[in-house]
Design a protein around this ligand. Structure first.
Ligand code: SAM
Length: 244
């Protein structure tokens, strides 16, 4: 996958591509190209922004530098603009975007970017949530990280990605590690039993229970099978008592 990011502050992105995303890049599963928008100014002052028409606060990033920077990319592919006015990002969008071979992110700053660039070149506008950040770089990092997790061989165990929260519309649920007894708080016995069938049933019931407790909006959307309803009833009381 080839990922391009156009930004006034590409160094912000550099810092975030360590760890898992860094590994994807090292392994050549993804290639990341950071494009410094400041190099595409179309005036003698080297600026890429200007005051908004009609007045108002802040500056607007101009259409010409953005166009120049985009045209400088060999294969921009699917062009995404990060903006609080976009459709809110989620796991299923991350999976969809992971299928593109070439993808370009455009990060805004200040008051945003000239609408004519969006109209002419942007395929989709994405927001990472209903709040306003100072720039699109952190939003692009979030989206790219979530995309890369879905590429083959980025995470050692692909099965774990498929079982993550939101991959099947529910939350993953509780996880535990040693010690099995922490100041009297014990790990659920079934997890220590070695009975894989029971362990998997408990994990499924726990995932459904946690989804119902924390995200009733997601739980409402689930179409539970008869087996899932029985498991939730069976373990539900136990889980509720543990948390009272
Ligand atoms: N004045 C704009 C508005 O009210 O819609 C907000 C501009 S914001 C200060 C500057 C830039 O940060 C935006 O152009 C966008 O690239 C990025 N940004 C801010 N919030 C974001 C969000 N929730 N999701 C994605 N990008 C965001």
């Amino acid at each position: 996958m080839n990922i391009n990011v156009i930004s006034i502050f590409p160094e912000i992105l550099e810092a975030s591509f360590k760890g898992l995303t860094g590994k994807a890049i090292e392994k050549n599963i993804a290639k990341l190209k950071l494009i410094d928008l400041k190099e595409f100014s179309n005036n003698d002052y080297g600026s890429i922004d200007d005051a908004p028409y009609g007045g108002g606060e802040g500056m607007v990033i101009g259409v010409e530098p953005l166009e120049k920077s985009l045209k400088n990319i060999k294969k921009p592919g699917h062009v995404i603009c990060l903006t609080p006015q976009g459709k809110v990002f989620n796991q299923s969008k991350a999976v969809d975007l992971s299928k593109f071979k070439d993808i370009t992110f455009v990060c805004g700053r200040y008051e945003g970017i000239d609408q004519r660039f969006i109209d002419n070149y942007v395929d989709e506008e994405i927001s990472i949530g209903d709040y306003v950040l100072s720039g699109g770089e952190i939003a692009a990092s979030v989206v790219i990280d979530a995309i890369l997790r879905n590429l083959e061989d980025v995470i050692g165990n692909q099965d774990s990605v498929n079982k993550d929260s939101h991959s099947e519309g529910k939350l993953k649920g509780h996880v535990y590690t040693r010690p099995s007894d922490y100041k009297g708080k014990k790990v659920p016995e079934i997890l220590l039993s070695g009975d894989h069938k029971k362990v998997n049933e408990w994990k499924l019931a726990n995932s459904l229970w946690v989804t119902r407790e924390k995200r009733p909006d997601l739980f409402e959307q689930l179409q539970l099978s008869e087996k899932e309803m029985i498991l939730l009833r069976h373990y539900g009381d136990y889980l509720t008592k543990k948390h009272e």
